[in-house]
Design a protein around this ligand. Structure first.
Ligand code: IMP
Ligand code: MG
Length: 181
């Protein structure tokens, strides 16, 4: 059943307003441009589907030439080290070998998917691999901690700005917590 926008506002408690997100994303883009300054072979790799909106806003503020692609990963194991527990439903065609790769995540929760994905991407032998996440719940222990973090997030189920609950709410321009009931 479809919900009207008014119903959505009743169901979702706003945590990060659109203006705050846009300001932080601009800062991150500028930091990333400065960090990779002098390189023109940067690849920004967004995780599907959650990072699509973050990617679109961020790249407008990355002031150096770069390429972009996406990666779609589904994790079906909880191993912290194995690369055998992640299945790619979209495997980027772009070459990663010998170039700096920045992996864009929407949110780090348990970190299981990211941990497995990082191990898999390392086998592609990028010159460097770093992580930028919009939101970090700070409860995971990753081998590779994100170099760039948008916001520390509460340990609640968040939706909007790309994040979904059962494929709903991705289109919202803000991030909020889904209310119970
Ligand atoms: P993780 O492996 O637990 O860190 O999370 C894997 C994926 O689940 C993330 O990349 C998100 O796409 C999704 N996810 C985790 N936490 C949330 C949340 O609070 N809201 C919506 N999606 C989430
Ligand atoms: Mg999801």
């Amino acid at each position: 059943m479809n919900e009207s926008m008014t119903d959505v506002r009743d169901r979702v408690r706003t945590i990060f307003e659109p203006d705050a997100i846009q300001r932080r994303v601009q800062q991150l883009g500028e930091e990333i441009g400065a960090y990779y300054a002098g390189r023109n072979d940067l690849l920004i790799l967004g995780t599907l589907k959650g990072s699509f909106m973050f990617m679109a806003d961020l790249v407008r503020h990355v002031t150096i030439p770069h390429e972009m692609d996406f990666v779609g990963a589904a994790s079906y194991g909880k191993s912290k080290t194995s690369s055998g527990h992640v299945r790619l439903f979209y495997d980027p065609v772009t070459t990663m070998s010998s170039r700096p790769v920045l992996l864009l995540e929407d949110i780090v929760d348990t970190g299981h998917t990211l941990q497995n994905l990082v191990h898999l991407l390392q086998t592609r032998e990028p010159a460097s691999l770093d992580i930028c996440t919009l939101l970090h719940k700070r409860k995971s222990h990753l081998d590779l901690e994100p170099r760039f973090v948008g916001f520390d997030a509460p340990d609640e189920f968040l939706v909007g700005y790309g994040l979904d609950y059962a494929e709903q709410y991705r289109y919202l321009p803000f991030v909020g917590s889904l209310k119970d009931g």
